[in-house]
Design a protein around this ligand. Structure first.
Ligand code: 6MZ
Length: 364
């Protein structure tokens, strides 16, 4: 795996609660088991199971949310998820999460996102650049050497992180709007856009549309989970909306593919996720192959690295092996992802430089 890990990478489709380490999830579940909140023996095998149907994945998310939804845990998992991506040379990460409200513990959507941001600030193994207007000073705050940390500021690794707030398909129009308003208020803290996700057999496009339209009018970026199940009308509506990116894009028909390609909407491709949920039967018939050959804008992503036991390095390896790509082509595929990030030209330029300097040591 060494080469794949060394390859600089850009992650644009990662759900916070889907990216939790197994060890953390088990530890948290065990603690709740000891308190009698859950039955750990029942939960353990659900967490450790490898292949899951689509329905089971969403049941698992409900379980994960019971285990993780308190402020301190949200902060902890955010910190760990960023450290994990940074440790496999992800140099730019867009992390998405659904702001949650839980009155019984005094959690509002706002305090949930604040706990996420606290997690960004808590990362110590790498410099985290997440405030668009303040990129340089935050790096210094994060990288001030302490007595235990004699690292030279200039030689520390750095990861750019941006946040997307997710609207869950179970939510009402008002709840979706609340998430958009929160995103607007938290722009200075690195919130750059809105994602629509959640169980694709639940909810109606028209419910979220007013909030998505408003978000776009206000200049937030939009990415939609599109075509995870066959739903022709919704897929057409989503493509007509012209989001800046879509995730998955599995059950598109001929006409949808033509529209997607002529509008050049970039696709976030999640190979292992699609295979594990059996949404795509095998890698050789995955639409990634056609999109790659058609030079359609795309980016490889993990979706839920914890739930599907994968990593971005692994996703690149799988893609390259299935298409027979050489190192140079893989490098170009990874570098090309920079074009689809929801960040300004300054960040893109810095990322390109980062890739070019890495190229020298990658045996290309
Ligand atoms: C659709 C998904 C998903 O937001 O609690 N999520 N939605 N399709 C997928 N593919 C399998 N994987 C994850 O992270 C977990 C939430 O992300 C969405 C679901 O709404 C899930 O509850 P957060 O951090």
């Amino acid at each position: 795996m060494e080469w794949w890990v060394s390859l600089p990478k850009v992650e644009l489709h990662a759900h916070l609660n889907g990216s939790i380490r197994h060890s953390t999830l088990l530890e948290l579940a065990q603690a709740l088991g000891e308190k009698g909140v859950i039955d750990f023996s029942e939960v353990e095998h659900v967490i450790l199971k490898n292949d899951r149907s689509f329905r089971e994945v969403f049941k698992l998310f409900d379980l994960i949310h019971i285990i993780t939804t308190d402020h301190a845990t949200v902060t902890r998992i955010t910190k760990e998820v960023i450290e994990d991506f940074a440790s496999e040379n992800v140099v730019y990460l867009e992390l998405r999460t659904t702001p949650k409200r839980n009155d019984s513990i005094g959690m509002s959507k706002r305090s949930y996102v604040e706990a996420v941001i606290k997690g960004l600030r808590a990362v110590s193994s790498v410099d985290v650049a997440f405030m668009p207007d303040n990129e340089n000073s935050i790096n210094l705050v994060n990288s001030l050497p302490t007595t235990n940390d004699k690292c030279n500021v200039n030689t520390r690794k750095r990861i750019f992180v941006r946040l997307l707030l997710s609207i869950d398909r179970r939510e009402t129009t008002a709840a979706a709007m609340e998430t958009v308003m929160l995103a607007l208020e938290m722009r200075h803290l690195g919130v750059v856009g809105i994602d629509l996700s959640g169980n694709p057999v639940v909810g109606e496009w028209t419910t979220y549309l007013p909030a998505l339209k408003f978000a776009r009018e206000q200049g937030l970026y939009i990415t939609l989970h599109c075509g995870e199940v066959p739903n022709s009308l919704e897929i057409q509506n989503m493509l007509d909306f012209l989001p800046q990116r879509i995730g998955h894009a599995i059950f598109l028909d001929e006409q949808d593919w033509r529209k997607l390609k002529s509008d050049k909407i970039p696709v976030e491709i999640c190979l292992t996720s699609n295979l594990r949920t059996m949404s795509v039967p095998s890698i050789d018939v995955h639409h990634f192959v056609d999109l790659y050959n058609a030079k359609h804008p795309l980016v490889l992503c993990t979706d839920d690295s914890g739930v599907f036991s994968t990593s971005l390095s692994n996703e690149y390896k799988i893609a390259a092996t299935s298409l027979g790509l050489g190192k140079k082509e893989v490098f170009e595929l990874s570098k090309n992802s920079i074009e689809f990030v929801f960040a300004d030209s300054g960040v893109k330029e810095e990322l390109r430089k980062n890739f070019d300097s890495a190229a020298k040591s990658l045996d290309l």
